[in-house]
Design a protein around this ligand. Structure first.
Ligand SMILES: Nc1ccn([C@H]2C[C@H](O)[C@@H](COP(=O)(O)O)O2)c(=O)n1
Length: 192
């Protein structure tokens, strides 16, 4: 019996060709590396901060999964319109440092797993001594920071001292690229 290609078999062989083409296509190579991604999440979280002078974000990671995110802000129930954001002000009770929860503290408190043993924390600014204590006590083993302010200040020197003593790996993040772009353009028009 003679077999002539039918329309349907042509369709099948064409779609096979398309399929195998798609399969041999190389993956894109400008995707975000894990470390850049986690630091980008920390930097993005910082954009939620209402602090007029300094915005910090933190992202806690376990086995390449994000388990906590935070940024510096007033405690729950303490209105960020009413509590002071000032620094070195005449009334000592108006110092923001008395009230603000640091990004690392919020990320630790916001954790969605039972404990942070062996986690890494990505933070956009080097942690102060109070956050260093929290980081150590929570079981976090690695600190990756983007920048540091005044490393000679006792509160930052104390952090380094504690990290070293507690065996916490601490390193500065060197980004692959200076900038990443996020845009909210939708593909809605493609549907039409
Ligand atoms: N690792 C850090 C360092 C600082 N912060 C917060 C705390 C304050 O809101 C602000 C520092 O303000 P500044 O004294 O520089 O005006 O940043 C943090 O959350 N995490």
């Amino acid at each position: 019996m003679n077999h002539h290609p039918t329309d349907s078999s042509e369709v099948t062989s064409n779609s096979f060709r398309e399929d195998s083409q798609t399969k041999t296509q190389k993956k894109r190579d400008d995707y975000l590396e894990w470390k850049d991604y986690f630091m980008a999440v920390a930097v993005l979280a910082a954009k939620r901060s209402k602090d007029p002078n300094c915005q910090v974000g933190a992202c806690i990671v376990k086995d390449l999964k994000i388990v906590g995110v935070g940024y510096n802000g007033m405690p729950s129930g303490c209105s960020d319109d009413e509590f002071p954001w000032g620094k070195e002000v005449s009334n000592p009770l108006d110092e923001k440092s008395l009230y603000v929860c640091h990004a690392e503290m919020n990320a630790i408190i916001n954790k969605n797993i039972s404990d942070l043993k062996d986690c890494s924390i990505y933070v956009s600014l080097f942690p102060c001594n109070e956050c260093a204590k929290l980081i150590i006590q929570s079981g976090i083993r690695e600190v990756v920071y983007l920048s540091e302010k005044k490393p000679y200040k006792p509160k930052y020197m104390a952090s380094r001292r504690m990290f070293l003593a507690a065996g916490i790996k601490c390193r500065q993040f060197i980004p692959k690229q200076d900038k990443i772009e996020i845009n909210f353009t939708t593909n809605n028009n493609d549907i039409l």
